[in-house]
Each structure stands twice: as C-alpha cells, then as structure tokens.
Design a protein around this ligand. Sequence first.
Ligand SMILES: [Fe+2]
Length: 240
Amino acid sequence: MSILRCDVQDALEPYMSRRTVELHWGKHHQDYVDGLNKQLATSPLYGHTLEELIKEAYNNGNPLPEYNNAAQVWNHHFFWESMQPEGGGSPEGGVLQQIEKDFGSFTNFREEFIRSASQLLGSGWVWLVLKRTEKKLAVLHTRNAISPLAFGDIVCLLDPFLKMFNIFSINFAMTSHVLFLQPIISLDLWEHAYYLDYKDDRRSYVTNFIDHLVSWHTVTLRMMRAESFVNLGEPTIPVA
Ligand SMILES: [Fe+2]
C-alpha cells in the first residue's frame, strides 16, 4: 500500500524512528486501508478512484461513512512520499523560485509551515498546497482527516462552513469561489505520528520534518505535474 518496504523502516532515522514507522505505517495506515476495504465491500461508492471517492464521500461537508478511511489512506500515502532519507534543507531551481515568489523567502515559508502546525489544536494535517485559481503556493492546516482534495470541486457557501469549524488556517476573504487546492506536501499531525519520538513536542517533530525529512525531489515532481494544468510563470512573448 506504500512505497515503504519492511527492510527500510529505519530509513528516516534518527528523525523518525523505526518504532514510529512500524506503528504508524504498519498499524495505523494499515487500519485505514483495511477499514476502507471492509466498507467498500458493501458500498455503492465501490469502483471510484481513491481521489473520486474522497470527493464523493465528503458529500459537500456532510461526510459519508467512507470519508474518514478514504481520506486517511490518501493522506498517509501522500505523507510517506513527501519524505526521503537525508531530505530537508532548501529546495533548488524552480521550486525555490516559486516559494520565494509566494512567501518572500524560503525562511518565511519554513516559519509559516512550522507556525501553522503549531496553531492546530488536536489531530490533523499541515499542507503546502497550490491554489490553482490564484496560481500561488500556500500553507494551511486541516483538522482530523480533512483533505484539500475534498474541496476540489466544491463551490460557494463553503466559506462559512470552513470558518465555523476552523478547518483551515488561511483566511478566506471571498465568500464565493471554487477551492482548487492541489496538495504538494503533507505532514501528519496526529499524535501517533510523533509521540514515540517527540512526546508532546510537536514543534521539534515539524522542524525536523522540514530540516531533515521533506523530499524536495518529490515536491519538484509534484510541481511539474501541477504545472501541466496551471501556468505558474509570466506570459512569455516570443522575440521575432
Ligand atoms: Fe497518521
């Protein structure tokens, strides 16, 4: 179900221990997969892709029983692939340029990512997303199993809902628009992700993720994919 194999469960040490990976990937992630498969055996939603299933089961903010497991399976898979051994540091090339354009500097982005994670009370996720309509990167956090994918095709009337439940850390000034959010990085902020290694020190967990684990290689590939449907650059006028 994931790219991690049993012989590489210590690949992220010392920043994420083998014990944490065994528990997190081997039990929690597996439980979401098993739970979803059990639900789909008798569900009319069987046959969708996982991405379609998340949007269908989110049901415009009235989640169906399948939503939690479906979103958590996708969120976790995306999370594992957001990391690599000897990751972290600063990105290069186009990714760095885009971050500097949208956050002012890589340092600003790093601080905003850590701050957003710290501001989430309880379980959830912190994300780097591409706001497709604005063509900008943004950091946000979501509660529990909420995935930015769920909002890809939802229009209007959602902003009061989002504010009411404080799902996002970002402030939506508009009251009616389509939320096309393309995930680029996800970081699990449920206690099972860090408690064995960091106890209640979530800030150190998040800081080590950015400084030592995040895979800028994966981010580069995800940004290249995003650019296939979002023109992030200035219009180029050919010189005659
Ligand atoms: Fe998790």
